[in-house]
Design a protein. Structure first.
Length: 511
């Protein structure tokens, strides 16, 4: 069970942690300065006191020796203290005579230079001091604190003492002076520390203000605008605050990039759904229209024509759905069939098929192989990639266009380049040419004079290429458009010449 005493330290720690960093630094610095000043003051007082006591002890010893010397020159009795009248005895000097360890006579030199006999109580304060020359501190009633010593010498024991008032006054003055200096110094140091800490923590305040401003930005809705960044002056990696500021800027960049990409993905998804719905609605509307005509009788349209149109629109819709399913599978990362195949043969067959569909174009196949064009992949899908590129070149160029297909193989990769000298792709369309449902502009559509496709061909080509570990790109300008695909070569590829499996009649010739 937690007691009240146990809760008190925890509450103190909580209050301490609840203070601001500025307050904690100021308190810690002030406490450190107070401890250092106190330690220095105490050390100074201790050293000074030791020095003054040593000096006083030396004077006390000299006074005792002087007193003993004065006794040896005098012929008085055992209570004679007349030597105190000799020169050199400072005011306040106490002297005493001993008999069997008992003080029998004691006098003190007054401020006027006269001798004053000590009372019995005052003499009792001097008792019990050994005559071995050691120094002792005694408080004599009515006179104050004294430093005394007793020596026997040649058999004439004598006690001498000097007041400690001067030493104590010096020590008290030193303590008071150091206290005053420490108070002024600590006050000045506290003010300077407060200003310095405040100035040094201003970058941290700016970093915190930036974080607060970013936290208040509406990131859950709308378009993400440029978020506030920590100023460059607060991102110096040589300082701790600069490291925090730079890290915060990197985090803001990452958040902004992620949100922008998310919004771009959501926008693409919305556009994709809208385009897919539109593409599916067109054939469905045609099928519904012909079905309506058939329901009203056969006078307005021949049944065979209606069924042919319904079949055509069904095939179109089926192809669109299959393309969408293929893209969905590729997005999910489903594995494709994998087998080693000769890319030169695959491209040659695709060119033959394209020539049959577009005989009004000039087709040419060029094989530039420094190594066998062997890759590992799904033959049907790779054929679909090449067929889509050839179909794109055919439908977007006018009759008479020269279309050249180049297959290259080196020690590192295998490339397919489809090049034509048609009107080219508009510059505004190039960045999104591989996105889904991207269509050519109206001018290119009019050149081919037929219904436009779904806009999925190049998107499928890009997805299949990436699924095979390759990459696809395009360069276009008026009079020259080139799509390029690079695929990794098969590991341990065969060494027989590519011509053994490539129709010789296609090399360097129009199909």
């Amino acid at each position: 069970m937690t007691t009240r005493q146990d809760r008190r330290p925890a509450a103190a720690v909580t209050r301490w942690r609840g203070r601001s960093l500025r307050a904690r630094l100021l308190l810690f610095t002030s406490a450190t300065l107070i401890i250092v000043c106190a330690a220095m003051a105490l050390t100074t007082v201790f050293v000074q006191r030791v020095y003054l006591l040593g000096n006083l002890d030396q004077r006390v010893t000299e006074a005792a020796e002087r007193s003993q010397g004065g006794l040896q020159r005098r012929t008085g009795d055992a209570t004679d203290l007349g030597f105190l009248n000799e020169r050199g005895q400072p005011a306040g000097t106490v002297a005493a005579r001993f008999t069997d360890g008992q003080v029998i006579a004691a006098e003190v030199v007054t401020e006027e230079g006269h001798l004053q006999v000590l009372t019995a109580a005052q003499r009792g304060a001097l008792g019990g001091i050994p005559t071995d020359g050691s120094r002792h501190t005694r408080t004599i009633p009515g006179l104050g604190t004294y430093r005394v010593t007793a020596i026997s010498g040649d058999g004439v024991p004598v006690l001498a003492g000097l007041p400690m008032d001067d030493v104590q006054d010096v020590i008290n003055g030193l303590v008071a002076g150091e206290a005053a200096i420490a108070a002024v110094g600590l006050a000045a140091a506290g003010c300077v520390t407060t200003v310095v800490i405040r100035r040094q923590l201003r970058p941290l305040d700016r970093v915190a203000a930036t974080a607060v401003e970013v936290s208040r930005a509406p990131l859950d809705r709308g378009e993400v605008t440029a978020l506030t960044r920590v100023p460059a002056r607060d991102t110096d990696p040589a300082t701790e605050v600069g490291q925090v500021g730079a890290a915060l800027n990197r985090m803001i960049d990452h958040v902004e990039t992620s949100l922008t990409e998310r919004q771009r993905t959501e926008e693409r998804m919305r556009r994709f759904l809208a385009d897919a719905s539109h593409e599916l609605r067109t054939p469905l509307a045609s099928i519904a229209g012909y079905a309506e005509l058939m329901n009203h009788g056969t006078e307005k349209i021949e049944p065979q024509l209606a069924w042919r149109r319904v079949s055509a629109q069904s095939e179109r819709m089926t192809g669109l759905v299959e393309d969408l399913l293929l893209l969905a599978r590729l997005d999910e990362g489903r594995p494709l069939q994998s087998a080693e195949l000769n890319l030169a043969t695959l491209v040659a067959e695709a060119v033959w098929d394209a020539q049959a569909a577009g005989g009004d174009r000039a087709w040419q196949l060029a094989l530039r192989l420094d190594a066998p064009a062997l890759v590992v992949g799904d033959q049907a899908r790779l054929h679909q990639v090449v067929a889509n590129l050839l179909a794109n070149a055919r439908v977007h160029t006018p009759p008479g266009t020269r279309i050249t297909v180049v297959v290259e193989a080196t020690d590192t990769h295998c490339a397919i380049r489809v090049r034509d000298n048609g009107p080219g792709i508009p510059a505004g369309l190039l960045p999104s040419v591989f996105e889904r449902f991207t269509r050519a502009d109206a001018s290119r559509s009019r050149l081919r004079g037929k219904e436009s496709g779904s806009g999925l061909g190049l998107a499928i080509a890009a997805a299949i290429t990436e699924a095979h570990g390759g990459r696809i790109g395009v360069e276009s300008e008026p009079g020259r458009t080139e799509f390029a695909i690079e695929l990794p070569l098969a590991a341990g590829r065969r060494t027989e010449p590519w011509a053994a499996s490539t129709p010789p009649s296609l090399v360097g010739r129009k199909p």
